[in-house]
Write a protein of this length. Sequence first.
Length: 107
Amino acid sequence: MNYAEYKKKSSQRIVEAVTDIIKHEKLNTGLRAHYASHQRFYLMAYLRVNTNLTLKDIGSLFAGRGHATVLNAIEKHENFESYNDSIYRLNTQGIREYLEEEFKDIK
C-alpha cells in the first residue's frame, strides 16, 4: 500500500469513528449546551486537520451545517486551545482520549 492509499484509508477510519461519536453524543442535533458545542468545535477542527474532507463535507456530518459554521467552529477551537480553557478541555477530554487511543497508530 502506497502513502496515498494509506492516508485515504486512515481518513476513512477517522470519519467513521467521528461519525459514531456524533451520533452517540447527539451532536448532529440543535443541542446548544456548552459541552455539546465544545465537542462539535473540537471534532470539526480534528476532522479538518486529520482528514482530507472539505469544510462542506465536515458540515454535512453535523446535520448539514454550512462551511461558514465549520470555519467559525475551528476558529473557536483554536481560541479555546490558545487560552488553555479548562472548561473546554474538560468538555472534550473524553473524546480527545478516545481518538488518541483509537488512532495512535496513525500519528
